[in-house]
Design a protein around this ligand. Structure first.
Ligand SMILES: [Mn+2]
Length: 483
């Protein structure tokens, strides 16, 4: 008998994870339904074969070979005797070490491996059908992920946790959660980044939570044997498969690396949500108030207070964290504390901003590298101007021309425009609503050679918008780091 049909697509999301039912004939397997998973039932004889079933000897890994490419695999085994169930468990894990497994075999004492994503339950399938199966399996899957991540980290004395440059609250809180999950020893699991934080509220959050984020170079990162990347995927880092990687992220999957452990869920609003699930599954008490506060703030900022790109999982994690978080501390993170010089710079820049139709362009002039966040704040503000759906704020930082973009609307948007701007020399990327382009020193000089930087910027942006529209029908190039 051949392999069953591949999991079907659900909307714009990735294929759904699989739920395998490996039960003795005559059980109630056919009556199992799952809201979140595609169910595939083991049918030992060809007569029962269908698109939703699979055959083969379940104690032989070959029977599970077809699940190798599935997004996620969870299994329920109800086989007699217990020894046979154990062999089936081993066979499945040979192909999918990440699979969570619920064992229903009668004599289970020797099968029970607490906290590794294997749950042995007394009873038979009909007993389990009375439970909220999806909830139970969700927890089991999170437990298995946590177990696999811990196994990965056991491989070395020091395993750094890498977050993206200029880290945001989602990245920092998720990294803190990973460190906590792995024992909470900063010397063993230091949190590292390649570029320091610039936004004042992020710096304040790190200070108030006494979070230590160490700046490292790419060369230093490559000296480690193992790395865990959180809220980011490691482009241009691995050489010949080194360092070995575990990747936890909610951005779309990227190419250019191989990971030994990968948990990538782009339909989640925040990586903090994913880590909240890990901790809830293995040790809810490990979510101490400071960590709960950080994770809640991470979800809040990445989802714009649960109104942007939010999933039911984000809402559930938020509700769990709210009971444990210090909400007064969150309000202290959010209270702005701008330097007086920055405020005067805001005033000068806004006074000179020009709006034509739906585009607002503002020119800051020379800007200190540490004040990079000023561009994002100004761009956010300019997008709030009447009739404006595109905002661009530019400055010269360290000789390079940095353009921060905002867009209200869909399509490739700000990220697409940033990529189009970068086409003539530089780097650019971002989401539909936020983008950022950095143009090389030569390019900056060529664009700004006159004494009318605003006019030059407007022309460059209009040209790039035309190119971006043309490119919109082509497949998207790999994303740059989050804006
Ligand atoms: Mn994030």
């Amino acid at each position: 008998m051949g392999a069953p049909s591949s999991p079907r697509e659900t909307g714009s999301h990735a294929p759904r994870p699989l739920l395998l039912l490996v039960c003795e004939p005559g059980s109630l397997a056919a009556s199992v339904r799952s809201g979140d998973r595609d169910v595939r039932t083991w049918a030992p004889d060809d007569a029962a074969a269908s698109a939703d079933s699979f055959g083969g000897d379940p104690t032989d890994p070959a029977a599970f070979e077809w699940t190798r490419a599935a997004r996620g695999v969870t299994a329920i085994f109800d086989l007699q005797p217990a020894e046979r169930a154990r062999q089936a468990l081993t066979a499945l894990r040979r192909v999918r070490p990440d699979a969570a497994v619920l064992l229903l075999s009668g004599d289970v004492a020797e099968l029970d491996q607490p906290r590794d994503g294997t749950l042995a339950r007394h009873g038979r399938l009909r007993d389990v059908l009375r439970l909220d199966l999806d909830e139970e399996l969700d927890r089991l899957e999170a437990e298995r992920r946590a177990y696999c991540l811990r196994e990965f980290a056991r491989g070395d004395a020091v395993v750094p946790i890498l977050i993206h440059p200029d880290p945001d609250p989602d990245a920092m809180s998720a990294a803190l959660a990973v460190a906590t999950l792995l024992g909470g020893k900063p010397d063993r699991t230091p949190i590292v980044t390649t570029e320091d934080m610039t936004r004042p509220e992020n710096v304040r959050m790190a200070e108030l939570l006494r979070l230590r984020v160490t700046r490292v170079t790419k060369a230093e990162l490559r000296r480690f044997d193992r790395l865990i990347t959180v809220d980011t995927q490691p482009r241009d880092l691995q050489l010949d498969g080194r360092p070995r990687l575990a990747v936890i992220d909610h951005h779309p999957p990227e190419q250019g690396y191989t990971a030994e452990f990968a948990d990538i869920r782009p339909w989640y609003g925040a990586t903090a949500t994913m880590l909240t699930e890990y901790l809830r599954a293995v040790d809810p008490d490990a979510v101490y108030p400071g960590l709960a506060t950080a994770l809640l703030y991470g979800i809040k900022t990445d989802t714009d207070s649960l109104i942007r790109a939010v999933s039911p999982a984000d809402v559930a994690a938020y509700a769990f964290l709210q009971e444990r978080a210090d909400l007064r501390l969150v309000r202290r993170f959010e209270r702005p504390s701008y330097a007086l010089d920055s405020v005067r710079l805001f005033g000068r820049t806004l006074a000179g901003a020009e709006c034509h139709g739906d585009l607002c362009v503002a020119w800051v002039g020379d800007l200190d590298e540490d004040d990079g966040h000023v561009l994002a704040d100004l761009a956010d503000f300019c997008l709030g101007i009447e009739n404006v759906t595109w905002a661009a704020v530019a400055a010269v930082v360290d000789g390079e021309l940095v353009v921060t973009l905002r867009h209200a609307g869909g399509g490739p948007g700000a990220g697409g425009l940033a990529r189009a701007l970068a086409n003539g020399g530089g780097s650019g990327g971002g989401h539909s609503s936020m983008g950022r382009a950095v143009l090389s020193e030569d390019r900056a000089r060529a664009v700004l050679h006159g004494d009318q930087p605003l006019g030059a910027l407007q022309r460059m942006l209009r040209d790039a918008m035309t190119t971006a529209d043309d490119a919109a029908s082509r497949p998207e190039s790999p994303r740059a780091r989050p804006a």
